[in-house]
Write a new protein. Sequence first.
Length: 222
Amino acid sequence: MSLTANRSKRLGLFGGTFNPIHYGHLRTAEEVVEALGLARLWFIPAALPPHKMGPHITSFEMRLEMTRLAVGKHPRITVSDIEGRRAGKSYSIETLRQVRLEMGQDWELYFILGLDAILEITTWKDYAELFTLCNFVVLDRPGYDRSQLEAVLRREVDPRCRPLPGGTGFQHASGYKIFLMSTTLMDISATRIRRLVGEGRSIRYLLPEKVRRYIITNKLYQ
Ligand code: ATP
């Protein structure tokens, strides 16, 4: 991946429901920080996730706390409550605008999301505009096909999206890039963890022990 800008001002934004956070998220974050030389990466739990607002969703405060427990002390990775400080549904477009406002123009922003999520990008608010605000990092996920991404980008986002050399991703007409990244593939999902808890089965080693204990103590997902 050839990146030339000032590494000391690269900020990764890793949004999600994190209900709960697991090793799939954590190891990926670590590898993205290292590969892109990010100065900082923020996990951003959605306060009111527009796509996952079932009646039983775990509260924002609990998901935030589990994310904090999982990250612990890390020199570059932290947890942001930015979406909890805003009323209404947690739209990424609004978060991006807010981060830009708070951090200023000289930070290079990298919005991190899984291939599963970007293939459904048309369900996001103002999705085409998202790509005019920052770079994207798209993570492979087991069971999802990279080759579908180009069609989605050109058909739904901007027909001028063009492949970067070496199959490393795409460039948007705005100049921002959409990088494809293969991190250690872990077929772990929060859905499966919730289901295992519901069935009274073990979730040990799928997520940090502190988070497992938090789930048990607070009787989540039962
Ligand atoms: P759920 O099963 O409830 O849909 P999830 O495990 O996919 O949840 P989210 O909080 O929705 O977790 O994910 C946040 C982001 O992390 C998304 O962009 C998703 O694609 C990505 N992600 C989730 N699990 C993994 C994984 N195992 N490896 C890499 N990325 C992941």
